[in-house]
Design a protein around this ligand. Structure first.
Ligand code: HEC
Length: 92
């Protein structure tokens, strides 16, 4: 219960923090992670990394610059969303 409340607060805070420009959507990122990434990745492994750092790493994977068991095909917006979600989950 407390955990759920904290997630809701974190999402609300994340949305509030980035209304300008194209807001990275942590909630949308969470859905992508759930469907595609969470079978292999635990948010805790991104602890200490900012959304920008995670975003850069995902770009490297999608570009094929980093060895990855599966080819990832994500748009820039999807990568930003996933990065926002992981940064939020890892650093709360
Ligand atoms: C089949 C398992 C699997 C799936 C699914 C998967 N990954 Fe990975 N990923 C790995 C493994 C294994 C590595 C290399 C070891 C590591 O760094 O954890 C890796 C590495 C990465 C890295 C580089 C980490 C670093 O520090 O260099 C990123 C970024 C990443 N994955 C993002 C994603 C995203 C985003 C998704 C979902 C869209 C995803 N992965 C789905 C297994 C997976």
């Amino acid at each position: 219960m407390l955990r759920h409340t904290m997630v809701v607060i974190a999402i609300a805070a994340a949305l509030g923090a980035c209304v300008a420009a194209r807001a990275a959507d942590a909630a949308a990122g969470g859905k992508i992670v759930e469907q595609v990434c969470s079978s292999c990745h635990d948010p805790a492994s991104w602890k200490g990394k900012s959304a920008a750092q995670i975003d850069a790493l995902i770009h490297q994977v999608v570009a094929g610059e980093v060895l990855h068991p599966r080819k990832l095909t994500l748009t820039d917006a999807q990568m930003a969303d996933v990065a926002a979600y992981w940064a939020q989950e890892a650093n709360k």
